[in-house]
Write a protein of this length. Structure first.
Length: 166
């Protein structure tokens, strides 16, 4: 399988349509749960399962870009539910795939934000700050204001790891 060649399963185009549909619906569900202010532990588990489910279905029928963004979503969700090692693993996978694939400026900025978030989840202040700086610079190259805004908002919502002054 090449990076850009979707896997064609038995069932053909109808199965591929279902996989695409599930990939999109599960991604959107994980995103909706991410935006929910007060999640229960069951909702956290659902959110992580939905992110993995989306990535699974994109792995069967998606492009290399779909797969990279699936990994990015897993990293983001894992960061939010306290799965630090998982967050860093999938953030690195997404970053590597996005850099190799040259998908676009907003995807690069999003990958840098994902690395900053994963570093923050791991308590790595220096790593977080490094990736925040890279993301901030990368955002300057994103031509679409809406794309820039989505990533910039995520960047602003990173946890601050510095001790609070009294």
């Amino acid at each position: 399988m090449t990076d850009d060649a979707p896997v064609v399963e038995p069932g053909g185009e109808e199965a591929a349509r279902w996989h695409r549909r599930f990939a999109i619906e599960l991604f959107n569900r994980s995103w909706d749960l991410l935006e929910q202010a007060n999640r229960s532990s069951d909702e956290d588990a659902e959110m992580l399962a939905a992110a993995f489910g989306s990535a699974y279905h994109w792995g069967l029928v998606g492009t290399a870009e779909n797969r990279a963004l699936g990994d990015h979503q897993i990293a983001k969700v894992a960061s939010h539910v306290g799965q630090q090692a998982l967050a860093l693993h999938y953030a690195r996978r997404a970053l590597e795939a996005i850099e190799i694939g040259h998908f676009g400026d907003w995807q690069v900025a999003a990958a840098y934000e994902g690395m900053a978030r994963a570093c923050a989840a791991n308590g790595d202040v220096a790593g977080r700050d490094y990736w925040v700086q890279r993301c901030t610079i990368a955002l300057g190259a994103v031509p679409d204001a809406a794309d820039r805004s989505v990533v910039a908002e995520q960047l602003l919502n990173l946890p601050d790891l510095r001790p609070q002054e009294e």
